[in-house]
Design a protein around this ligand. Structure first.
Ligand code: AMP
Ligand code: GLY
Length: 428
């Protein structure tokens, strides 16, 4: 089989490494891929947002199966276009991907079908939004309706900050049309959990849970980023919580999308807040999360291609999906300055890492440059290690980080620490 992966981050590298365990795959392509994916795939300089380019490439290169990983092409209908020319793929239709593409759509869906989430109001007019800020309580959460590169959520501590956010989104257009509508919602407190689930619209199988670390600096300080590291399973997400989420959130979401004529096939991502009053949805994504995928897929025992084919053919119920025990921890190595300004073009050197030790170095912002691998983005590499438990996985990951060298590197030194401390306090 010829398989194509659309995207070029750490998530896509983790998908590639898992897919290639399947012996039926003859050739793999990555569009555009990165400096590490080209070890096992042909990287083609077509951007993940270039839907015409992606579709033509699939047709010309006799692609049998496509995995569309990033949000942009999914929301723009890449899978609909590929299926229309007979290319089977992993990823939802544009209609189903709207669950990530429009926050107001997601909120209305949850309200209509009784899925627990923060109370909210939607605004298309800045004047009404300002008026609402006078009567709501603080902190409050302001979200651009459309995709905003992970920057469209502002937690406003005061009315002033909230007004600045509304002005930036609705009047100054900092997120373009994505901010012309905003959702203002209740501020929730609790531990967060990310749960990715395979679904074919009839069956839904949650993967092992994960804990993302969104802030740039230690102690959950600094700016929000795409994610600086992750741990799986998430120690805050107990078996009891998992059962509760399946009943009150996961299955109701799948059924709600069906009832709206938007059957979801692919990976549905639930961003959850585990509040005192039960788990609530903070956000949905229509795809694998990053860096969550870099800790979840290394723990997957079942063949990923077989699962993905079953999702596409709507026979997921026939595939037993298993994860191994133990834990996985991923530390993201970023360019100094990320998520704001940073320099690129530094050579990356990786000492020989003992692959038998379950250590994975996933590339993200890297590229080949005349035989060298150099930095080319904010998040450069994700170093994942497995262990018998979270503490061992964390130690193995930080030991492995010492074998990766590039100038201007920075990373958090406390990935998984708070969760491990909480777990140990409970005596687990
Ligand atoms: P998002 O960009 O949607 O992933 O949101 C970024 C982060 O904002 C989330 O991971 C949460 O930490 C936080 N967040 C979003 N919505 C809420 C909310 N209603 N209450 C508290 N925190 C929130
Ligand atoms: N890690 C969060 C996301 O992928 O959106």
């Amino acid at each position: 089989m010829n398989v194509m992966i659309v995207g070029g981050g750490g998530r896509e590298h983790a998908i590639l490494e898992k897919l290639r365990e399947n012996p039926r795959i003859e050739k793999m392509f990555a569009l555009p891929g990165n400096g590490g994916m080209n070890e096992h795939a042909v990287c083609v300089p077509i951007k993940a947002t270039d839907i015409d380019g992606i579709v033509s490439f699939a047709q010309e290169n006799l692609i049998d199966f496509a995995v569309v990983a990033p949000d942009d092409p999914l929301i723009s209908g890449a899978c609909d276009r590929l299926r229309a020319i007979g290319v089977r793929c992993f990823g939802p239709s544009a209609a189903a991907a709207e669950i990530e593409g429009s926050k107001s759509f997601a909120k209305e869906l949850m309200q209509k079908y009784g899925i627990p989430t923060a109370a909210y109001e939607t605004f298309d007019c800045a004047k009404d939004a300002y008026a609402y800020l006078e009567r709501t309580s603080y902190p409050t959460v302001i979200k651009a309706d459309g995709p905003a590169l992970g920057k469209g959520v502002i937690i406003a501590q005061t009315r002033e900050e909230a007004r600045d956010a509304i002005r930036a989104m609705m009047e100054d257009g900092v997120f373009g049309t994505s901010g012309s509508r905003v959702v203002i919602e209740e501020f929730l407190t609790g531990n967060e959990a990310s749960v990715l689930a395979f679904t074919d619209g009839t069956t839904l199988i949650p993967m092992v849970s994960a804990l993302d670390h969104k802030r740039a600096l230690d102690g959950d300080n600094g700016l929000n980023t795409g994610g600086m590291g992750a741990l799986a399973p998430n120690p805050f997400y107990s078996v009891e919580r998992a059962r509760e989420c399946m009943e009150s959130i996961f299955l109701p979401t799948m059924r709600a999308l069906n009832a709206e004529g938007r059957k979801f096939k692919g990976c549905l991502y639930f961003g959850l807040m585990l509040t005192k009053n039960g788990p609530k949805v903070i956000e949905y994504n229509c795809r694998f999360g990053d860096p969550e995928t870099q800790v979840v897929l290394p723990l997957l025992k079942t063949d990923l291609l077989e699962i993905m084919l079953a999702v596409e053919d709507e026979r997921l119920a026939e595939v037993p999906v298993h994860f191994r025990g133990g834990a996985a921890c991923c530390v993201v190595l970023a360019s100094q300055g990320y998520p704001a300004q940073y320099q690129t073009g530094y050579e990356i050197k990786i000492d020989k890492i003992d692959q038998t030790k379950d250590i994975f170095v996933y590339h993200a912002g890297t590229k080949q440059d005349g035989g060298r691998i150099v930095t080319s983005g904010g998040r450069v590499l994700g170093v994942t290690a497995l262990g018998a438990d979270a503490r061992e996985a964390q130690k193995n990951a930080y030991d492995a980080v010492k074998h990766v060298h590039f100038e201007n590197a920075f990373f958090r030194r406390d990935i998984a620490s708070r969760a491990i401390a909480a777990q140990e306090e409970k005596g687990e």
